[in-house]
Write a protein that binds this ligand. Structure first.
Ligand code: NDP
Length: 453
């Protein structure tokens, strides 16, 4: 690391204590940008990266609500408005007990570069709450969402900040929040994406992140004259991203053999076929059950609970050709990455945000496998959110085929931007450098054009 980068990282750690995920996300970008700063010291002197690391605005607020027993509950709400150089803030809301300022800052920081890669005019943001929707009734989730939006609504708007879903925030939560926004603002606008089909949502938005991660993998294997058909795939998670990843893999003739939730994972060596996936979708989206129930239902599959004290995640030790981590951050460490390589994995496309630790990424790099970081591979979700915004502005909606074609084109563009930037800066085939550099250059040039704001 150069002296400049070392000093910059030391400042980031000192200024943002107790935010290890944020440090990790910044470090990765700083490492990639060393290549850029050597050739373009003007970015250093304009202190663009120092500015990009500092959120434009952080909003933190109390969310009081009443549970079904009449007891008062208090959660914390956040919105990080990270960067608006290329468009209004855009990024999801996460409801999960692990949510804190550092995790949302890491997600918002990554979002800025991801959104730039989509070629659509969207800045970056992220938000959420430490509220845990698991085990809560629909009425409790509604009261929470209404209280959360009562505060958030004064900070967002269709041309200011347009939140979407993320972990714990799906169609139900977006619906309740949209209803409350509409009531308070007295306007029907495209202030959230991921809306229901009947009230402004885009076709393919629920599918977009998972489909996009598979399209990105398809682009990567094409560079080696290969295809995904016939390949065995490890998938983690069983939420929105994981479900549509498995659906698209099935459509393309590949076989997903694992899925997980926060308690454990299932391994089905026969493959999670469309019929089995339909059962999982009903389990997760309607009954809101646990993935362990799959192994009770499907003979021949095995459920393994996760052991929080274990140093390895056994999901990643199964033999396979490709991996689609689609649960959460830091779910693959260096040991897991080594197991994946040993098990035959040559393609990793990250549906989740930063699911691989820095050491794990190092293992993939050394093995020279096709490795796509989340900020490139999962950009399909926000890309179709951008298309939802465009349709809302036009008061018009595109067909399924139109949106899917645009998604495929965008993922191919994101892929070629990464490939070109990696080559231009002397690290061909390195998608981490490619994504960080291509995303940064677009944002940095826009920031310089707009002066010191
Ligand atoms: P969901 O809430 O629909 O699903 C999340 C899945 O991951 C669930 O199976 C959940 O299990 C599991 N999970 C969550 N937290 C943990 C944890 N701490 N340890 C182990 N497993 C966990 O979320 P999404 O599918 O929307 O999001 C998954 C990932 O994809 C996240 O990293 C998100 O940031 C990223 N992403 C999502 C986009 C989207 O459009 N939705 C866009 C781009 C990225 P359980 O049910 O037990 O909680």
């Amino acid at each position: 690391m150069s002296e400049y980068s070392e000093q910059l990282m030391a400042d980031v750690v000192a200024k943002n204590p107790s935010e290890p995920e944020f440090h990790q996300a910044v470090q990765e970008v700083v490492d990639s940008l060393e290549l850029v700063f050597e050739q373009h010291p003007e970015y250093k002197s304009a202190r663009v990266l120092e500015r990009a690391i500092e959120p434009e605005r952080v909003i933190m607020f109390r969310v009081p609500w009443m549970d079904d027993r009449g007891a008062v509950q208090v959660n914390r709400g956040f919105r990080i408005e990270m960067n608006s150089a290329i468009g209004p803030y855009k990024g999801g809301l996460r409801f999960h007990p692990s949510v804190n300022l550092g995790i949302l800052k890491f997600l918002a920081f990554e979002q800025v570069f991801k959104n730039a890669l989509t070629t659509l005019p969207m800045g970056g943001g992220k938000g959420g709450s430490d509220f845990n929707p698991k085990g809560r009734s629909d009425a409790e989730v509604m009261r929470f969402c209404q209280s959360f939006m009562t505060e958030l609504q004064r900070h967002i708007g269709p041309n200011t900040d347009i939140p979407a879903g993320d972990i714990g925030v799906g169609g139900r939560e977006i619906g309740y929040m949209f209803g409350q926004y509409k009531r308070l603002a007295n306007e029907f606008s495209g202030v959230l994406t991921g809306k229901g089909r009947n009230w402004g949502g885009s076709l393919i938005r629920p599918e977009a992140t998972g489909y996009g991660a598979v399209y990105f993998a398809q682009e990567m294997v094409k560079t080696r004259g290969q295809e995904l058909a016939g390949r065995t795939c490890l998938v983690s998670g069983s939420g929105n991203v994981a479900q549509y990843t498995v659906q698209k893999l099935n459509e393309l003739g590949a076989t997903a053999v694992t899925m997980s939730d926060s308690s454990g994972y299932i391994h089905d060596p026969e493959g999670i076929t469309p019929e089995k996936l339909e059962w999982i979708m009903e389990l997760k989206n309607v009954r809101r059950g646990r993935i362990s129930e799959y192994a009770e239902w499907m003979r021949g599959s095995v459920y393994t609970p996760f052991d929080a004290s274990a140093s390895q995640n056994p999901l990643w030790a199964h033999e396979a050709d490709c991996a689609f981590p689609s649960a959460t951050q830091n779910e693959i460490n260096a040991e897991d990455a080594k197991n994946m390589i040993k098990g035959g994995v040559t393609v990793v496309s990250e549906g989740a945000n930063m699911p691989t630790t820095a050491d794990g990424v190092g293992v993939f790099m050394q093995a020279k496998i096709l490795y796509a970081p989340g900020k490139a591979a999962n950009a399909g979700g926000v890309a179709v959110s951008g298309l939802e915004m465009a349709q809302n502005s036009m008061r018009y909606s595109w067909t399924r085929e139109e949106v899917d074609n645009r998604l495929q084109m965008i993922m191919a563009d994101v892929h070629s931007s990464c490939v070109e930037a990696a080559e231009r800066f002397g690290t061909p085939g390195n998608y981490v450098n490619g994504a960080n550099i291509a995303g940064f250059l677009k944002v940095a040039d826009s920031m310089i054009d707009q002066g010191l704001v």
